[in-house]
Design a protein around this ligand. Structure first.
Ligand SMILES: Cc1cc2nc3c(=O)[nH]c(=O)nc-3n(C[C@H](O)[C@H](O)[C@H](O)COP(=O)(O)O)c2cc1C
Length: 196
């Protein structure tokens, strides 16, 4: 089984990086083949310019984007790790979807409507927040973020979301709680294996 982990965090010492490492290690322990795309370390260009905007609708995909698409094609599982920034994902992660999940690769339009072309793939999402669950859940911010990602992007492209795990209050928790939450990350990864 092939796993592609996509990390969007500028700080390699961040909790997000630790989540990414924990998930990567857990998959490797299970003998999965793991590839990682660390968008900041790669200097990924997230901006869909006029030129690539045209590419989005035509079939002239730039070489750097073709390379990303190859990795997605290779992967059985996609794992996305990112912090909440302004009630959504960081721009670099959003730009990854804008530029890599192109029409004709990730989806196409038919007479019956849009068709997801990444069917058969499954995804795990690990999203950290600064705010506590009790602040984000009652005004439905968590649900809105989850729907936009899981339905608006994953489901639209035919990808089944196995889990969208929020790790709350990361800025306020102590070292012990951080460790407990990293174990929860591993448990989520463990669940993936059990579904095979
Ligand atoms: C630009 C920016 C915007 C943010 N917006 C939110 C937000 O809308 N909601 C929230 O709960 N936390 C927000 N935060 C806090 C981050 O989500 C939090 O610092 C991060 O999840 C902690 O993980 P890290 O230590 O790996 O960075 C924001 C942080 C930054 C830098």
């Amino acid at each position: 089984m092939n796993v592609l982990i996509i990390l969007a965090h500028p700080n390699p010492e961040s909790y997000n990086a630790a989540i990414c490492d924990a998930a990567e290690q857990e998959f490797k322990d299970k003998q999965y083949n793991v590839r990682k795309r660390d968008l900041y370390r790669m200097n990924f260009n997230p901006v869909l310019t006029e030129n690539s905007y045209s590419h989005f609708y035509q079939d002239k995909i730039p070489a750097d984007i073709q390379a990303e698409q190859k990795d997605i094609t290779w992967a059985d599982f996609l794992v996305f790790v990112y912090p909440t920034w302004w009630s959504g994902m960081p721009a670099i992660m959003k730009g990854y979807f804008d530029r890599v999940f192109t029409n004709g690769f990730a989806f196409r339009y038919s007479d019956e409507g849009p068709v997801g072309l990444l069917k058969g793939k499954q995804a795990l999402i690990f999203q950290t927040t600064g705010l506590p669950e009790k602040v984000l859940k009652p005004p439905q911010i968590t649900m809105a973020m989850q729907a936009a990602f899981d339905i608006g992007i994953m489901d639209f492209c035919g990808i089944e979301v196995l889990a969208h795990k929020f790790l709350y209050s990361v800025e306020y928790i102590d070292e012990e709680t951080r460790k407990v939450m990293l174990n929860e990350v591993k448990e989520v990864v463990e669940m993936v294996g059990q579904q095979q």
